[in-house]
Structure formats: structure tokens, C-alpha cells
Design a protein. Structure first.
Length: 64
């Protein structure tokens, strides 16, 4: 899986830069870190953006 390609696609569709997409997604991870579902998935660990996206894809695809 190419995370950079995913970020480029999101940036293009949002008419922004990859850097801004990455920054917003990292902020969203920080905002979510204390929620029950986040803790259930990641425990007390703070995943990288890449780890977060990969886990999200696994969860959506049912590959837990």
C-alpha cells in the first residue's frame, strides 16, 4: 500500500497540498487518542499516520 499515493489523492480532491493533508490527519489522530474506540484499537500507543491509515484500511476491509 502506498500511503503517499493516498495522501496525494486526498490532497488533489481537496485542492490542497499533501503537507496540509498530513498535518490535518495527524491532528485528527491526536484529537481521537483518548476515545474508547481509539484506545481499543491502539491502546495507549500513538500510531504514526501511516500506521493509522493501514489499521483503518484493515478494519474497513475486515482484515483484523
Amino acid at each position: 500500500m502506498n500511503i503517499e499515493a493516498i495522501l496525494q489523492t486526498v490532497a488533489k480532491k481537496s485542492h490542497t497540498t499533501v503537507k496540509k493533508v498530513r498535518k490535518e490527519m495527524e491532528k485528527a489522530i491526536l484529537d481521537a487518542k483518548d476515545t474508547p474506540n481509539f484506545k481499543k484499537t491502539f491502546g495507549n500507543n500513538l500510531p504514526t499516520l501511516e500506521e493509522f491509515i493501514e489499521k483503518g484500511i484493515d478494519l474497513v476491509m475486515g482484515n483484523m
